[in-house]
Design a protein around this ligand. Structure first.
Ligand code: FAD
Length: 677
């Protein structure tokens, strides 16, 4: 052990002897009494949910197996060593047999819970699963048919057949509809011929490509002969073998003829994943390798499709919502991990005394600025955790009844907002650790880099916000132009019951908001609903013109110009939508817990305060909007709001360590805990 680590252990132990001081300082700043300590077991049971046994088995594995030691944080290791360790970790998780690949479809709640748990260790491990199960396995499961399922799924699930998901190209990332890779059908040999016609058309970024992958699902433009020319049928997915079986020189096999691979090598994160570039020259695959759930090519080269050509691409892409939700949970888990470490540090790190006379330095968690850096994000973690659980319930209980466009919107919006929140919180956690926050062994900088990737992976957040907005706008437009222009349904049904005045909660009088009102959950709900509605209405009138005015034709230059000017609104609308859903879903889970046999009033009280704090913080981020629209009034509203957030954070802070203890991050991944052991 190096000297610095020993010093850290020593300091930590010293700090631990001062627990009573910390408690007394906290006591003076809290409104909760000692006997009102929340029940950490109850909190943990809420977060772990119904698959808590599976989660515990994973935690035991991470704690006991050396494969899960994060060697790359302690000393330089080679990229190859990291990649092999990641693969070994994947294999040890698979051996537990906690989920089946088919659970993505049959039991998404179980799959999502499992995915969040595997996000606790080195993030390369969960991303390796995202590639192997969600992307490579997911394309076979969701876009393939029985023949593909029978042939591949079992070996993909067991990790025997490692694969690649080749969608993104060097030239096209967000705009995947512009891909250039080509699949032409040869009727004489009954084969598709795969080609990368340009440098930009190489598949770029796929994990498992540089080293481990044997096969790939390749998204390519299907070209079919039409008299003497060829007709572009749009983007379709094909299974393409890329490596041979084990060879003398290489246990992962040699590249097959016509396949070229480039290694992307070191990145700022996920270095346990072998990302790379992949291109094809006249690679032939049999006709049955086309993933034909939605469309197929018969032996005469004739195309058949279940769905209209203009919907084909959207349908193909819509099956990936589960992968996006997994990454969202990944970001959430990184945020929880960072908060666990930062709270442990802030509770034990002492700087300055309260008075010049006093020799006793106080824990930095007592400072309101430290509380404000961490406690609102603990609240956000609980709120987003519960929201993801409600979405998982919807997917599992309603199955196909939950409309695809709703799920696409949820997965896109929540992935965007959760990953942005994760990056923000990890940056603040890093700052709370001061200089220690730069040491890789303390995990925070590593977690931050990984959370950052999730803002881009599985769809760039900014682009996803446009998709959420388009979904909401279309719903709004269909009602506005209908014969019942005020009868909103489904996702917008909340608009029907928004009152013009806020719910009256002991009113403040004189135009100011009373404290009761400011912390009132129904008032928060009203504010969130109003914001989303006003934003959608504003964007709608910008794009379509006023109702009695000329309509602006969609898909025209004028439309694009308006749309482009309005893009900042897309981010605001997505945030407003996700915030409204988050509050509603969080309350749903709190109420569920409150009605359970084991619930106690103190824990429920604390959870409701977390809900209040989370919503107030989201409102504060958009304060200008609320004031400008007359939803929040009074000259001193800005300081009232800040004070309320500060007070709530202060009141919750004595329980911060219990709240993060309930995240149950294994000690191995908590550097402070590790040194105490
Ligand atoms: C570590 C890693 C692993 C990956 N693994 C895989 C994999 O296994 N398989 C795979 O297929 N892909 C993979 N990807 C690719 C990933 O999905 C893409 O990086 C992502 O979709 C974004 O595409 P891009 O990088 O080309 O960015 P671009 O699309 O070029 O975006 C660049 C910027 O332009 C902005 N922008 C683009 N279009 C618009 C618009 N219409 N309006 C406003 N702004 C816009 C974006 O917001 C972004 O800020 C991986 C990427 C990384 C980094």
């Amino acid at each position: 052990m190096d000297k610095a680590t020993l010093r850290r252990i020593d300091n930590t132990l010293k700090h631990l002897t001062k627990v009573s001081d910390i408690e007394s300082l906290h006591k003076s700043t809290t409104t909760l009494k000692d006997e009102e300590i929340p029940n950490v077991k109850l909190l943990r049971s809420m977060l772990d949910g119904e698959f808590h046994f599976d989660r515990d088995r994973l935690r035991e594995l991470f704690q006991s197996s050396n494969t899960f030691n994060e060697n790359f944080l302690m000393k330089p290791i080679t990229t190859d060593e990291h990649r092999e360790q990641t693969l070994q970790a994947v294999s040890e998780i698979i051996q537990l047999q906690l989920v089946q690949l088919s659970d993505m479809e049959k039991n998404p709640k179980k799959f999502l819970s499992w995915f969040e748990s595997i996000s606790m260790c080195d993030p390369s491990i969960s991303l390796k699963f995202a590639v192997q199960y969600n992307l490579w396995g997911g394309t076979i499961l969701f876009l393939g048919t029985k023949k593909h399922h029978d042939k591949y799924l079992s070996d993909i699930g067991s990790g025997k057949l490692l694969g690649v998901f080749g969608l993104t190209e060097l030239g096209h990332g967000s705009n995947v509809n512009g891909l250039e890779t080509i699949a032409t059908f040869d009727t004489t040999t009954q084969e598709f011929i795969i080609n990368s016609p340009t440098w930009e058309s190489q598949k770029y970024w796929p994990g498992n490509i540089s080293k481990h992958g044997k096969m790939a699902t390749v998204f390519a433009r299907l070209l079919l002969k039409n008299n003497n020319s060829s007709k572009d049928m749009g983007i379709h997915a094909f299974v393409v073998p890329i490596r041979s079986g084990e060879s003398h020189n290489n246990k992962y096999g040699e590249l097959l003829p016509g396949v070229t691979v480039r290694d992307i090598s070191l990145k700022s994160c996920y270095n346990g994943i072998d990302n790379g570039g992949l291109s094809f020259k006249n690679v032939r695959i049999p006709r049955e390798n086309m993933l034909d759930r939605f469309s197929r090519v018969d032996e005469n080269g004739v195309y058949h499709s279940e769905i209209p050509s203009n919907r084909h691409f959207a349908m193909t892409m819509s099956v990936f919502f589960i992968g996006r939700l997994c990454l969202s949970l990944n970001a959430l888990c990184l945020m929880k991990s960072g908060l666990s470490i930062a709270i442990g540090y802030a509770k034990n790190r002492h700087q300055f005394a309260t008075t010049t006379k006093s020799k006793k330095e106080i824990p930095i968690l007592v400072y309101s600025t430290t509380q404000l850096r961490l406690i609102p994000y603990i609240a956000r973690s609980y709120a987003l955790d519960c929201a993801h659980k409600v979405i998982a319930d919807l997917l599992t209980n309603n199955g196909t009844n939950t409309a695809k466009d709703v799920i696409h919107s949820y997965s896109s919006g929540f992935k965007a907002i959760t990953s942005w929140a994760s990056v923000e919180s990890l940056q603040l956690s890093r700052e709370v650790l001061g200089g220690q926050g730069f040491r890789l062994c303390n995990r925070i900088p590593m977690l931050l880099n990984h959370a950052d990737l999730i803002t881009t992976g599985e769809g760039d957040n900014t682009v996803l916000c446009q998709q959420v907005t388009k979904f909401l706008l279309a719903k709004y437009h269909s009602v506005i132009k209908s014969s019942e222009p005020s009868n909103f349904k489904g996702e917008l049904a909340y608009i029907n019951s928004i009152t013009s005045q806020p719910p009256i909660i002991g009113g403040g009088g004189g135009g100011d908001h009373s404290l009761t009102e400011l912390i009132s959950i129904p008032f928060h709900k009203w504010l969130l609903e109003k914001r989303e509605y006003i934003l959608i209405k504003t964007l709608h009138s910008r794009l379509y013109g006023r109702l009695d005015d000329e309509l602006i034709e969609p898909n025209t230059e004028r439309w694009f110009s308006n749309w482009n000017q309005s893009l900042p609104l897309c981010k605001m609308i997505t945030k407003a939508n996700v915030d409204r859903l988050t509050q509603s879903f969080f309350l749903q889970k709190i109420n569920q817990l409150a009605s359970s046999f084991s619930a106690d009033t103190n824990t429920i009280y604390l959870l409701k305060n977390l809900c209040r704090l989370d919503t107030l913080c989201q409102i504060q981020k958009d304060l200008g909007f609320f004031i400008n629209n007359g939803l929040l009034v009074g000259e001193s509203i800005w300081i009232q709001l800040q004070d309320e957030i500060t007070h709530l954070s202060r009141d919750i802070s004595p329980h911060a360590h219990l709240l993060t203890e309930a995240f149950a991050i294994p000690n191995k991944f908590n550097p402070l805990q590790k040194s105490i052991e």
